[in-house]
Ligand binder design. Structure first.
Ligand SMILES: Nc1ncnc2c1ncn2[C@@H]1O[C@H](COP(=O)(O)OP(=O)(O)O)[C@@H](O)[C@H]1O
Ligand SMILES: [Mg+2]
Length: 281
């Protein structure tokens, strides 16, 4: 049943790669305006799940899998909806590797977010209307790097590049940000700033955020709710604060260390001090 107050609705999502299950009947809904962490060790299916949400992967043919965003079907039974392209403007993806065109100025990269509103020739010639340029500059101001607008993307630090990618999502006008390990390549300070920025956009603009993480401490600091995957199945869905170390060990066994493994310097101030627990022998 479709519920329009949900930004994301996934039911019975199953995906095999060459016979190996990567997602096993995943069901999940995210209300509009929520910020949710998608937690799991490497290989647990986080990226695969996110790629089904924006229609880059199709579920197993003939399965009961359904994905809806904002009440509109993205795919069902392994078939993409006809209007899946029209939906893409609502959804922005943010990746570990930023996905900027490095030789182009930051501003141009951010203006890519506006392309879906413009005639093709404008994009091809790089002739963006003034209003769009102003919007892009506003977005860069919002993420705190307006001073870098005219620099090539390659000259920015990783954290700045990720903030540029997020401002591209803002210019796009996305109502949903799917972020796949957006802080995995960043130092702790940049990681905090990027997560704080996502949280701010969520809080102030009402953008729904689903962010995959393979370490639980940033989920604690920034995401009220966590959905945890293990081997392609949802093993926890609830308040992040319920993910005590004991609970994590129940869920993940020997994989727990990977989820707790952030160096001390990476721990946000607000994370509970149980991250300092001694490692099991
Ligand atoms: N394109 C692909 N082809 C084959 N196997 C894949 C592909 N993408 C992911 N997998 C497999 O699916 C499982 C889940 O991978 P992934 O979604 O990338 O996990 P995560 O993002 O949590 O690290 C892994 O076993 C991975 O090897
Ligand atoms: Mg991944």
């Amino acid at each position: 049943m479709s519920n329009d107050s949900n930004a994301i609705e996934v039911t019975g999502l199953s995906k095999r790669f060459g016979g190996q299950p990567a997602l096993r009947g995943v069901s999940l809904s995210v209300r509009r305006g929520e910020m949710v962490a998608l937690l799991g060790a490497s290989g647990s299916g986080k990226s695969t799940l996110l790629r089904h949400l924006n229609g880059l992967h199709r579920a197993d043919a003939g399965s009961q899998s359904v994905v809806r965003l904002f009440g509109r079907e993205v795919q069902s039974g392994g078939r993409l909806a006809r209007d899946v392209r029209a939906q893409r403007a609502d959804v922005a993806c943010v990746f570990q590797q930023f996905n900027l065109v490095e030789r182009l100025p930051v501003l141009t990269n951010v203006l890519v977010g506006a392309l879906h509103r413009l005639p093709l020739w404008r994009g091809l010639l790089g002739r963006f209307p003034l209003a769009e340029r102003e919007r892009a500059l506003d977005a860069l101001r919002r993420v705190g790097i307006e001073g870098c607008a005219w620099q090539r993307a390659s000259t920015l630090s990783g954290g700045q590049q990720q903030r540029a990618a997020i401002s591209r999502a803002l210019v796009q006008g996305a109502r949903l940000i799917l972020a796949d390990e957006p802080i995995a390549s960043l130092d702790p300070e940049s990681s905090r700033r990027v997560m704080a920025l996502l949280a701010e956009l969520n809080r102030e603009l009402g953008v729904t955020v689903l962010v995959s993480l393979h370490q639980v401490d940033y989920a604690f600091a920034f995401c009220p709710r966590t959905v945890a995957l293990r081997a392609g199945a949802v093993v926890f869905d609830g308040p992040t604060q319920d993910l005590t170390p004991a609970r994590l060990r129940d869920l993940y066994g020997t994989q727990t260390d990977e989820l707790l493994a952030a160096p001390a310097a990476a721990r946000p101030e607000s994370a509970p001090d149980f991250f300092a627990l001694p490692q099991p022998a």
